[in-house]
Design a protein around this ligand. Structure first.
Ligand code: OGA
Ligand code: NI
Length: 347
């Protein structure tokens, strides 16, 4: 049957990537209760059962949700309300803090994933500003809007609390790989970690477009908050089926990024995911991407490789990798943008 296409052609996904109307929701990603962790930042006391849950989730799904993570519900409410106020502003107000080719921080409404335009608006905030342009030419200075009032304070506080949680998870995941818990912390001394505010408005053709096209996150791990609308789909490893992640109030969704997949030499998985939209309700989400510094080279860790399990990837520069990704996402390219498979060794 023919259908009326109401959106610009640039948003329309190729046939094979359009969201199916029914996504299986018989299953869900694992849910992990972090209450056994003591409130200080030491994870060495984590019980074996918790480590086993983390290991299984990172290996079999690359995704899980956490509850009892220590982030206050009040902070989540405040961030959500401030984010909604910002995206409700008139376009000309939002464009005052728009990203450009010199500084890819602030507001943006024309991102592409794999060369198809995403049905979303974003606001990017770097967790640690730097005065100088970094080694690969990235400007790491935030653009703060004048309105809504308190925007900067809210998201500075929010980014700090995300970073704290992300480091506890980093240490927990390191421990689950039998590494000393702080083994990976050195890669984040000049971290490129990013807080992203996503806004997905209702869409008249939800079956033709995606809020974010299928992709994998490039960093070490992502801590994502979503509102109650739902729309994040994860590709299940066992059968390649897209699974809708059920919103759980006050929970965070954690996923392992490409960097962990390479460090762990494919033991842990950076799962493909995407965002479906709907015609009735808008949706917000707030991912915090824990990312190594630009000068870090990423390769399988020595502790996790040996003669029987040789390194499956060649070393690459994290900074070059994200710069190529980021600038590829700002506009439509003639070529597919870079993915970690590019560094995979022939076996
Ligand atoms: C992303 C992403 C998911 C969401 O921004 O990388 O995957 O639920 N977002 O918004
Ligand atoms: Ni993502």
């Amino acid at each position: 049957m023919g259908q009326t296409v109401l959106v610009d052609q640039a948003f329309v996904q190729p046939q094979e990537h359009r969201p199916k109307t029914v996504v299986s929701d018989a299953d869900d990603i694992p849910l992990i209760d972090l209450s056994p962790l003591s409130s200080d930042s030491d994870v060495t006391s984590a019980p074996e059962t918790l480590l086993a849950q983390v290991e299984a989730a990172c290996r079999d799904w690359g995704f899980f949700q956490v509850i009892n993570h220590g982030v206050s519900p009040e902070l989540l409410r405040k961030a959500e309300a401030t984010q909604r106020e910002f995206f409700a502003l008139p376009d000309e107000e939002k464009r005052k803090v728009r990203q450009d080719e010199q500084n890819a921080l602030g507001y943006y409404e024309a991102e592409h994933t794999k060369n198809v335009r995403d049905w979303k608006e974003v606001f990017d905030i770097i967790a640690h500003e730097q005065d100088e342009i970094d080694v690969v030419g990235l400007v790491l200075k935030n653009k703060w809007p004048q309105v809504p009032l308190g925007f900067r304070e809210t998201f500075e506080e929010y980014a700090k609390s995300m970073e704290k949680l992300a480091f506890r998870l980093l240490e927990l995941i390191a421990l689950s790989l039998n590494l000393p818990p702080k083994k990976l912390n050195i890669f984040f001394e000049k971290a490129n970690s990013l807080l992203r505010l996503n806004y997905y408005r209702p869409c008249p053709n939800p079956d033709l477009v995606l809020g974010v096209g299928r992709h994998r996150d490039p960093g070490a791990l992502t801590v994502l908050y979503q509102d109650s609308t739902g729309g994040l789909d994860v590709k299940r490893q066992s059968d390649g089926e897209w699974i809708r992640v059920k919103p759980i109030s006050n929970a965070f969704i954690i996923n392992v990024g490409d960097t962990f997949q390479v460090w762990s030499n494919d033991k842990y998985t950076s799962a493909e995911h995407r965002v479906s939209v709907n015609s009735e309700k808008d949706r917000i989400s707030i991912p915090f991407f824990l990312q190594p510094g630009s000068c870090i080279n990423v390769r399988p860790l020595e502790e996790l490789t040996d003669e029987k399990n040789p390194a499956k990837y060649n070393e690459y520069s994290y900074g070059e990798f994200i710069r190529a990704r980021k600038y590829g996402n700002l506009k439509k390219l003639e070529v597919q943008n870079i993915q970690i498979d590019h560094f995979k060794r022939a076996q």
